[in-house]
Design a protein around this ligand. Sequence first.
Ligand code: ZN
Length: 333
Amino acid sequence: MKAAIMRGVKDVGTGEVPTPVLAPGEALLRVKACGICGSDLHTYREGLFPDLGLPVDGGIVLGHEFSAEIAQINGNLEGFSVGDRVTTVGIGANAEYVKFTPAFAPLLLPLPDHVTHEEAATTEPLATSLHAANLADVQSHESVLIMGAGIIGLGVLQCLRATSDAHVTVVDLSDKRLELASQLGADAVINARNADVVATVAPHARADAPLIAGSQGGVDVIFDCVGAPASFKGTTVLEQALTMIRNNGRIVVVAVFERPLELDANTIVRKGVRLLGSWAWEPDEFVAALDLISSGKIDRKPLISHTFTLDEAATAYATQDSAETAIKVVFTP
Ligand SMILES: [Zn+2]
């Protein structure tokens, strides 16, 4: 079968790999749509997270956020039959077929007819955003800053808009992404290329907190959906966040750092910052993410910026790597 094979850093091509062989109780899924994840991009750029790929001859096949049609079942799969439209989790879905292993059975979810395969393929990143939003437990009167308007940051915005009246500001370097953030309900957007984010958002906040807690301004909740690319020089988003956060505020980091950071940890201590790491999601959040899409509370269609076939694998990855134009690139094999 056809697959997008990652042979090395910035080296993705279309090739042939063996079609999965099914053990009893397993199903063969015909991939209908598969997104390129931020984590896939880190693998593409820096070789991080090779474990999120399926090893094949000459490289790995990435792809874990997808929707599919059941093509074949070896034996019986309770509640499902051939032809069913589904979404689930697994690896190696930048391919025509992927194997479903029943160990993940609770997460084989049927798709309602009105949910397209492309939308359904964004369930997994939405679950990641939902997990971050749940960790922050944002209240309606609070001020929120989302740093980074990629699929995860925009997903956090969508989750907050679905559940709260919090005042949400979104920061990015791309006007296209910020336009979309406004459409999706951001109260304010800032392009960090043209504006000093710290001076605009929290002019009275300071990194060196005064001794008396509470006597300082700042933002209630900040989501770092940027991290730091290996090539990055300067002040990271996390350092800016530590300056802008109020005393006892929450910073949720739902981003990846391609290199270690140097931080003044005293800021975390003196301001009593609750610094929360957020990686992936809980199974019930994956189910909730699909519910948010199928109920129409969250519309993921505007976030799908490009679709490519597997024959265009190299272009698809290069496009997702361009933050200026791409939000979510999806393979429709
Ligand atoms: Zn992902």
